[in-house]
Design a binder for this molecule. Sequence first.
Ligand code: NAD
Ligand code: GLY
Length: 362
Amino acid sequence: MITLDLTLPDTRYPIHIGHGLLDQIELLLPALPIPQAAIITNATVAPLYLARLQGALEAKGVQVMPVVLPDGEAHKDWQTLNLIFDALLGANAERKTTLIALGGGVIGDMTGFAAACYQRGAPFIQIPTTLLAQVDSSVGGKTAINHPLGKNMIGAFYQPRLVLADMALLSTLPDRELSAGLAEVIKYGLLGDEHFLGWLEDNMAALRARDPDALQYAVRRSCEMKAEIVGQDEKENGVRALLNLGHTFGHAIETGLGYGKWLHGEAVGAGMVLAAEASRLQGWLGQAEVARATRLIAAAGLPTLSPDLGFEQWLAYMGHDKKVQSGVIRFVLLKSLGQAVIQAGLSDDLLRELLSGPFIQR
Ligand code: NAD
Ligand code: GLY
């Protein structure tokens, strides 16, 4: 096991990464202020891992309340969030009851938001069970639900007390979900570490074959980069926005097609191709670099062509992006492979060329 630290102005927490950590329950206990916990999970993950976690906690004298939500991005909404509050209040859960997210990014984001709101702030722990959640969503304290008009539009910055990333849990993950997680891994290489990008090119086959060492290295490097960036800019006033590479286009795809049609990671994969092509149209990347980024995204099993939402619809959905300032969409683009920058506004001509160009499905 390795442990990384995320250090912020007001808090600091460990990110444990390793194999078989779900069975090392003593890692969790220091993060529980009282021996009461609610495990928030979903109908897919519960049959796989809930009994093990619940049993191990109960064996240590922790009183556990399981809350099993419906599965899916389409349920990342007010109605489902309210089921958590119904369960907590129905059981008279106290403010110091720890909310434990056992699931992917949807469960993690909703549990974190519920913890931020419950009695104005309850402790919470992230046990991410997808690759995407292990490399990205469980770390850094962004919590949210979706709104029909925009992805992750209602939420809070609220940090967990501990993240436990157990590689063994990835053994049950469907291949399509593994690929979705690889999109966020590739994101780190593209935005800030060309050496890691090269490592990913050399090791993509091993990652897709779930080689445990390759997976652990990818999770570790991703979490290191995320912890460093979030440590500098917790509330996204600057450098943290770079972690949204591909997301302005990706969120538009998710909202435009309806939540859950494309996986978040798939939308980010195709969105990063558009970001690379936009960077070429800006004169920053060459054809060969766009092709290199596109090849890696395809090698991860991700789509590289975005759906044709229609120009006005693209603009409308991207206009709901959280990076918009004074009405101007701020894009994350690439000065080079391994160096992302924020570009406030792109000309209508460039956007029209991009959104009717070779990376849009015909
Ligand atoms: P997800 O949570 O929907 O999980 C994907 C699917 O895998 C689900 O059906 C889930 O039930 C299933 N699953 C989870 N773990 C499993 C396991 N071990 N074995 C078998 N099946 C398993 O999707 P995701 O890709 O993990 O997360 C996407 C969400 O994360 C999006 O809502 C996105 O907005 C959010 N996100 C948040 C942040 C952040 O910083 N907070 C960052 C990136 C993404
Ligand atoms: N996933 C983007 C962020 O955490 O900032």
